[in-house]
Design a protein around this ligand. Structure first.
Ligand SMILES: [Zn+2]
Ligand SMILES: [Zn+2]
Length: 241
């Protein structure tokens, strides 16, 4: 997936939508079949009809591997046909999170239930100063254990075993802490977070206490080492919805 720098969401993946979906004039969409080397594209029913999108239906039954294994000629021909269809439609590339917001807007406009659980009251990219303040506040008021594996403390020179990640429309701001296993200490940290959020309007947040970092270490054939991160064991989870 290509990347785009969105003013609202920062560095994100992107997809392409027809101008009618983008402007909210149409709310039901049809997806172009996925094909290697093409962008994820969704268009309104009119644009799908105008470009005879159904001619690509045979691609939907194919796996990514099937598609890659087509003969070179057939593959190139297919790319050409897809490109031709794209040229018949006025499109706009938008970031994946902008697309998610658009989807929610479309659903609500059509009085449909939200397409996924929506977080609208959480600190996001645009609140990154507050997210940074939260992290600094916690670090100055609490002594954290240290991360032991570089895969976790990369970009975190002090190695404190905490990760604060901003939220977006699909997930709340999250505070992940490691090696704090004692209930009283967990309580102390939860209290600190609550205190910080007293002056913050967007309250949705998720605190997770992990037993430890979960890493698989491997020795490579050349003698080097690799680390692979796994979703570790959560001891306790506190969510403010
Ligand atoms: Zn359209
Ligand atoms: Zn965006």
């Amino acid at each position: 997936m290509g990347m785009i720098i969105c003013e609202k969401h920062g560095l994100s993946g992107f997809c392409t939508v027809c101008i009618h979906l983008f402007e909210g004039l149409e709310t039901t969409w049809v997806a172009f079949p996925e094909f290697p080397g093409t962008t994820l594209t969704k268009v309104c029913a009119h644009c799908a009809e105008k470009s005879n999108l159904s001619e690509l239906n045979h691609l939907k039954g194919m796996t990514f591997d099937d598609q890659l294994n087509m003969s070179e000629d057939a593959f190139e021909k297919q790319l050409e046909i897809i490109g031709e269809k794209h040229r018949q439609i006025t499109t706009k590339s938008i970031c994946i999170l902008c697309y998610d917001e658009l989807q929610v807007m479309h659903h609500r406009k059509s009085s449909l239930p939200d397409p996924f659980p929506v977080y609208e009251n959480t600190l996001v990219y645009q609140d990154r100063n507050q997210v940074k303040q939260l992290e600094d506040y916690l670090k100055t008021h609490f002594t954290f254990p240290k991360f032991r594996y570089s895969i976790f403390h990369q970009g975190q020179p002090d190695k404190s075993a905490i990760q604060v990640s901003r939220g977006n429309i699909r997930k709340p701001l999250s505070i992940d802490v490691y090696y704090i296993t004692e209930h009283g200490q967990q309580q102390q940290l939860i209290q600190l977070v609550d205190t910080f959020f007293e002056r913050i309007a967007k309250k949705q947040r998720l605190i997770r206490f992990y037993e430890k970092e979960d890493v698989i270490c491997k020795t490579l054939p050349n003698g080097g080492h690799s680390q692979e991160r796994r979703e570790g064991n959560v001891l306790r989870e506190v969510e403010i919805k």
